[in-house]
Design a protein around this ligand. Structure first.
Ligand code: FAD
Length: 415
């Protein structure tokens, strides 16, 4: 099938649906959302725990409850949801090439494109852990899908490597299903997930968290039979003599998420090494004209509420672009991550709209001053897993120079 479509959104998760709905609200008639999954909603239908929507709806919802509101609205608004549709390629001229079993090959010439492909989990291959290749090694997201969507137990005795949020949430889910969680092993001196998840998922369930430790060997031939865990030094290297073997039949990996960026890269969109996603400005514009990006495809957010807001911003900007009301920026300021700043989004500021600055720190600090150019924003404490969100009004942005250095200062914080 070949045709023109006003707006094509790639990915029908929280970000993509928010973008599609906002564009529709702005008067764009033809909005298509393409998603490779058989149902819309992205990762959320498998997140059956609560903790979603506290900011956006002021309610504590489960993942399916949160996303259902957007899916229902998208259907009511006549947004075209093309499911089981894999987007293969995007060209700089905004031709979207996709394939599914009912249309065959689709070539869509889009007026504007919003990229909302989310992120994926870092697999075992990226960790280079010695040992065999037995059954029983899963990423936390796969284990979540098996347990909460398919109704299958991934194992009986589990060690979790990495203390990212998905791993912490799964530790609690395993205990609830009668699976023994022997330990959560984290190589950093602090947990990788949100404090609320450490308390509610580990401490409340008596699950040991081994900090400054890692898995150095996976035992077992057909099935995992145990793992060796060792302490690590400041450089993350295992300390000889500290090894201990923990028997288990399953190893769960929760060692980080990376934005899906194959399509963006293939199109020649400028990517940011720090985030792994496209460089964007406050309108979520990428480096290619008429192509916008939002949600976890830009950077991994910890709250879906922020994902939704970036989606809405992208959808609104795409609609303005289609109406010819979003000319190329007159002036662009480059944001420069400085001391204790691991990443910042957006990376560019035009000053033509309000700016929500999302940043992550490298080290935990207390009595903090977040400095954006000459401006200073106080915060009680900052931690690497918890995104810092700053809102800059138009006047504050106008006072910024050509380069916008961002740095975070404060006193050391243990946890
Ligand atoms: C286990 C877990 C627990 C979480 N807990 C919380 C919580 O308690 N509170 C909270 O606020 N947030 C939580 N989050 C975070 C939140 O769920 C996510 O940040 C958010 O849902 C991401 O939305 P997204 O639209 O950017 O990406 P996704 O939901 O990943 O959607 C992206 C979609 O794009 C599709 N796609 C990708 N590439 C292509 C392609 N080439 N062609 C077609 N389709 C494609 C994918 O199939 C997917 O459907 C949690 C996340 C996880 C995984």
């Amino acid at each position: 099938m070949e045709r023109e479509v006003e707006l094509v959104v790639v990915g029908g998760g929280a970000a993509g649906l928010a973008a599609a709905l906002r564009a529709k609200k702005e008067g764009i008639r033809e909005v298509w959302v393409l998603d490779r999954n058989e149902r819309p909603g992205g990762i959320l239908p498998q997140c059956i725990h609560t903790g979603f929507g506290l900011h956006y709806f002021g309610e504590n919802l489960t993942g399916p409850e949160y996303i259902h509101r957007f899916v229902r609205k998208a259907r009511e608004e006549g947004i075209t949801l093309k499911l089981e549709t894999m987007v293969l390629e995007l060209t700089p001229e905004r031709e979207v090439r996709a394939v599914n079993a009912y249309d065959g090959l689709l070539r869509l010439r889009a007026g504007a494109v919003v990229l909302a492909m989310g992120c994926r989990e870092r697999p075992r291959g990226s960790l280079l852990i010695p040992g065999g290749r037995p059954a029983g090694i899963f990423t936390a997201g796969t284990a979540q899908r098996l347990l909460d969507v398919e109704g299958l137990l991934p194992g009986r005795e589990v060690v979790i490597l990495g203390s990212g949020d998905v791993g912490l949430i799964m530790a609690r889910r395993f205990v609830m299903e009668g699976i023994r969680v022997r330990a959560v092993v984290e190589q950093l001196p602090y947990p990788g997930g949100l404090t609320r998840n450490v308390v509610q998922c580990l401490e409340d369930f008596g699950i040991p968290l081994l900090l400054r430790s890692t898995v150095t060997y996976i035992h077992g031939r057909e099935r995992v039979e145990g793992v060796t865990v060792a302490e690590v030094d400041e450089g993350g290297r295992p300390v000889p003599g500290t090894e201990k073997r923990i028997p288990c039949d399953t190893l769960i990996l929760s060692v980080g998420l990376i934005p899906e960026n194959e399509l963006s890269e293939g199109a020649g969109i400028r990517l940011d090494e720090r985030t792994g996603g496209p460089v964007v400005d406050e309108f979520m514009r990428t480096s290619l004209e008429g192509i916008f990006a939002c949600g976890n495809a830009v950077t991994v957010f910890d709250l879906v509420d922020h994902v939704t807001l970036t989606g809405e911003r992208a959808g609104e900007a795409a609609a303005r672009y289609l109406r010819g009301e979003l000319p190329p920026p007159r002036r662009v300021r480059e944001v420069e991550p400085g001391e204790n700043v691991r990443l910042v989004v957006p990376q560019r500021i035009t000053g033509e709209g309000p700016v929500s600055l999302y940043l992550r720190v490298s080290r935990p600090l207390r009595e903090v001053r977040v400095k954006v150019g000459e401006r200073s924003f106080p915060r009680k404490a900052v931690r690497p897993p918890e995104m810092v969100v700053l809102r800059l009004g138009r006047e504050e942005v106008e006072g910024l120079g050509e380069k916008v250095p961002v740095r975070v200062e404060g006193l050391p914080l243990e946890r």
